[in-house]
Design a protein around this ligand. Structure first.
Ligand code: B4P
Length: 185
């Protein structure tokens, strides 16, 4: 978890590789559907370009289905999910059904103001439709309102692991490795 541009996607692959589990990025699933112009992609394109969240009923169904794929049988890392209280509830229901539990909820922490520059740089490189100044501002607001409160929820369940998301990609990766090692010991 963490604000837009904090490095969730950047770090997810390496963490998942370390544990030999799939990294499941809801943002990536939506982006690939937009690119392929599927029905799902057509439904979510405008929402994403405006910096909003895709509705819970769509997102929850996709994640529940993805968690049942064979490659997720021994564990998974969710990147960018849950982002709303409705998604927290849906994830708990999925976990209960398969008699599994979360090992940790990793939160990458950074001042949102400092992340805007990162996202504007990504806009130059990747040309993402949601990386312009107005949309970034809206994404930060949506995160603060809908997702940031979830951190307290996971903290109270003893699952939250907070890691400073500023520094080089390698420095952040090393911090994550140490923090998860301590948590999962
Ligand atoms: P996401 O795909 O999750 O995108 P994000 O929040 O922008 O980025 P992330 O934190 O992964 O940043 P990244 O590693 O790429 O979501 C996109 C959209 O999808 C959402 O706005 C929403 O519309 C929709 N969506 C996704 N999940 C949803 C859900 N559960 N419910 C509803 N809607 C959902 O890093 C950003 C940039 O910084 C990159 O260019 C990277 O190279 C750079 N970078 C990373 N780490 C760095 C470092 N340490 N130093 C310098 N640069 C760094």
């Amino acid at each position: 978890m963490g604000p837009p541009g904090v490095g969730k996607g950047t770090q997810a692959g390496a963490i998942a590789g370390h544990f030999g589990i799939p990294a499941i990025s809801t943002g990536e699933i939506f982006r690939s559907n937009v690119k392929a112009q599927t029905d799902l992609g057509c439904k979510v394109a405008a929402i994403m370009s405006n910096g909003g969240y895709v509705p819970d009923e769509i997102t929850n169904a996709i994640v529940a289905d993805r968690l049942h794929q064979p490659d997720a049988a021994d564990g998974w890392l969710l990147d960018g999910y849950p982002r709303t209280i409705g998604q927290v509830v849906a994830l708990d229901e999925s976990l209960e059904k398969c008699d599994c539990q979360l090992d940790a909820v990793l939160s990458l922490v950074a001042d949102p103001g400092l992340l805007t520059a990162r996202l504007l740089k990504r806009a130059e490189i990747e040309g993402r439709s949601d990386d312009n100044a107005d949309t970034i501002h809206r994404r930060m607001d949506v995160y603060a309102e809908a997702t940031n409160p979830l951190l307290d929820h996971y903290r109270s369940r003893g699952l939250l692991v907070e890691v400073d998301g500023l520094g080089s990609v390698e420095e952040v990766a090393e911090r994550i490795k140490l923090a998860l090692r301590a948590k999962l010991r």
